[in-house]
Design a protein around this ligand. Structure first.
Ligand code: DLL
Length: 432
């Protein structure tokens, strides 16, 4: 379902001219009100008047996470505090958090783009949205909340955790839309199964899952276990929170709300802009953000842009689901490894659950990769011989994908730690 027909189906010509106007205005605002950007623009010899169309964006400087850290907490704010109505931070646990400030206008845009994302999964005012993203400084809870409110749906602001209660509310309140991280949705399914809930009998029809990478195979698992349509929602604190984009029912890429967030893909090594269709680092410019606008922000997320029309009728630029992060990439024995590659293998194997942990050790000078995977109840009651066969199968499948040796350990059901928010998949024990 398209929420805002006018904005989501702009012709190429109209969109380009809108983006051009917004970019001009953005650079003006930044130059006037953020000393950091005045200096940065000056360093590349650019003045606001030099931007006349959206294509001029490639002449403008990038912004990095380090720039945000250097200007912590409020150095990147473009408005005075009296106009800031809300502040959120990133969910990262290391060091100082990344901050996003919102004016009343920013909250309005956030509600609008989140209404588009929830509508893409079929949410209407007749729906009950069980919102199990964390409320608080994390953007997930309130972002979804604002969007659901804008649509006029009934929001259940349950936040993350207390999983048994989640399952009870899911049944008792007739929740039809579920919003949480994909890993938490599987945990919910698991707890439900334990107490005998038949999810196919519940009114649940769709879910917007995001905030962490997840594979297509994991999607199938979630859809099968919870009996719903599972769509991917993408966003980050720096840009707005959730709401940068969402898949539509055709599942052929994430539709980016590109009248607010302008996407580019660059080669992370050379920072050269890559043509559509090539894989690289996603860079986003916040065309309309008032409190904390960002110019060409390097997200560190890896994906590609998908040109061409989508069957759903939206004309927004699409991107492939996030494949990994430039800083998430593990280098094991010189080989680049993304946790998602391992997940793809596991979800295809009979008898194991998509609950896993990747452990990297350094023995002498050599890295050793271990993957711990949970068996399901059926497999654990099998003979040792069967378990060994499954272990060997996982091992050879991962080795053929990654090209490096791996040690696979099957562990008992429900022994790996569950997360209420983003899952922690990698334990890197190497002392580098
Ligand atoms: O995770 C915002 C969010 C909340 C998105 C709820 C979707 C749903 P941060 O905590 O700032 O914000 O983390 C942003 O999470 O740069 C990606 O690396 C990752 N991420 C977010 N959505 C996805 C997704 C929220 N759909 C960082 N697929 C981003 C893969 C995602 N990774």
């Amino acid at each position: 379902m398209i929420w805002n027909n006018e904005s989501e189906t702009l012709t190429d010509r109209k969109k380009q001219s809108l983006q051009g106007e917004l970019l001009k205005n953005l650079v003006n605002r930044m130059y006037k009100s953020i000393p950091f950007y005045r200096k940065k623009l000056g360093a590349v010899g650019m003045k606001p008047g030099d931007v006349s169309q959206v294509e001029d964006i490639t002449k403008l400087p990038f912004t990095t996470k380090d720039d945000l850290r250097d200007n912590y907490p409020f150095g990147m704010f473009a408005v005075s505090m009296e106009d800031v109505v809300e502040i959120h931070t990133s969910s990262g646990t290391t060091g100082k958090p990344i901050i996003g400030g919102y004016t009343k206008g920013d909250i309005d845009v956030w509600s609008e783009v989140m209404a588009r994302c929830l509508s893409a999964s079929g949410t209407t005012q007749n729906d009950v949205v069980q919102n199990a993203y964390g409320y608080g400084l994390f953007t997930g809870g309130l972002g979804v909340h604002y969007g659901a409110r804008r649509i006029g749906a009934t929001v259940i602001p349950i936040s993350g955790g207390n999983t048994k209660r989640q399952v009870m509310i899911l049944q008792d309140f007739n929740s039809s839309i579920l919003t949480c991280t994909p890993s938490y949705s599987l945990y919910l399914a698991e707890v439900g199964e334990q107490i005998g809930v038949d999810f196919s009998k519940l009114p649940l029809k769709a879910g917007n899952f995001g905030a962490e990478p997840w594979s297509n195979n994991m999607r199938k698992e979630i859809e099968r276990k919870l009996g719903l349509l599972a769509l991917d929602i993408y966003g980050l604190t720096e840009i707005i929170g959730p709401g940068v984009g969402n898949e539509c029912e055709y599942k052929c890429g994430i539709h980016i709300c590109d009248d607010h967030f302008y996407p580019e893909i660059i080669d992370p090594e050379t920072t050269r802009v890559l043509p559509h269709g090539e894989i690289g680092e996603l860079v986003i410019t916040t065309l309309t953000r008032e409190a904390t606008p960002l110019l060409r922000y390097r997200t560190r997320d890896i994906t590609k842009l998908i040109p061409g029309k989508c069957q759903c009728g939206r004309t927004s630029m699409r991107m492939e689901r996030i494949m990994g992060r430039t800083d998430d990439m593990l280098i094991i024995r010189g080989v680049n490894v993304f946790p998602s590659q391992i997940e793809e293998v596991l979800v295809n194997i009979e008898g194991v659950e998509p609950h896993y942990q990747i452990v990297i050790n350094r023995v002498g000078t050599l890295d050793e990769l271990e993957v711990h995977v949970e068996m399901n109840e059926r497999l654990i009651s099998d003979e040792i011989k069967v378990l060994e066969t499954v272990e060997r199968k996982i091992q050879s499948d991962i080795e053929s994908v990654l090209g490096i040796k791996v040690d696979v350990k099957l562990v008992e059901p429900k022994t790996l730690i569950r997360s209420e928010g983003k899952a922690k998949r990698v334990i890197d024990k190497r002392q580098l």
